[in-house]
Write a protein that binds this ligand. Structure first.
Ligand code: CA
Length: 162
């Protein structure tokens, strides 16, 4: 079973291939976009669990893609890791201020290090989700307490006919 879907938005085929292979070998489903326009369209149509986003992209740059992801209610929760170029700290700062969750430096971080960043982010999202669903369950149970007691009574009756 897939661990989740990750979209790589990157115009250099070599980089896409490296990350694609590493992620796929680790059990993720991988999608690729070659420019910002295609990336933004795929974010909307596929709702990936995480986006790896290059900043320097044809047609629409990574900042614009990030801005759209964060402005859209359907996509604003999706974790984004930006690819930056070594020495471009101001790009990283801008990206993080715009709502990117983390960053990597191209050609500097190994694919394994990036994988561990991805795992951390995906775990954080999972924890948040399970806390939310726990809250929801408690809420439901408070509303349906008499109904729940009934169900338990019925279940017990079913298992112990005497
Ligand atoms: Ca690029």
């Amino acid at each position: 079973m897939s661990k989740g879907t990750i979209l790589i938005v990157e115009d250099q085929q070599g980089f896409r291939r490296i990350y694609h292979d590493v992620l796929e070998n680790d059990g993720y489903e991988v999608l690729e976009a070659q420019d910002g326009q295609e990336g933004w369209e795929m974010v909307q149509s596929h709702k990936p669990h995480l986006v790896l986003l290059d900043l320097g992209l044809p047609k629409m740059d990574g900042f614009e893609v990030l801005k759209r992801i964060r402005e859209n209610p359907d996509t604003k929760h999706i974790p984004v890791i930006i690819f930056s170029v070594l020495g471009e700290q101001k790009d990283v700062k801008k990206g993080l201020e715009m709502g990117a969750n983390d960053y990597t430096v191209k050609g500097f971080y190994t694919p394994r290090q990036i994988l561990s960043k991805i795992k951390n982010l995906m775990t954080q999202v999972e924890v948040k989700k399970s806390v939310n669903s726990y809250k929801l369950r408690i809420h439901d149970q408070a509303d349906d307490a008499p109904l729940l007691q009934n169900e338990i009574g019925l279940t017990q009756g079913y298992h112990c006919p005497h």
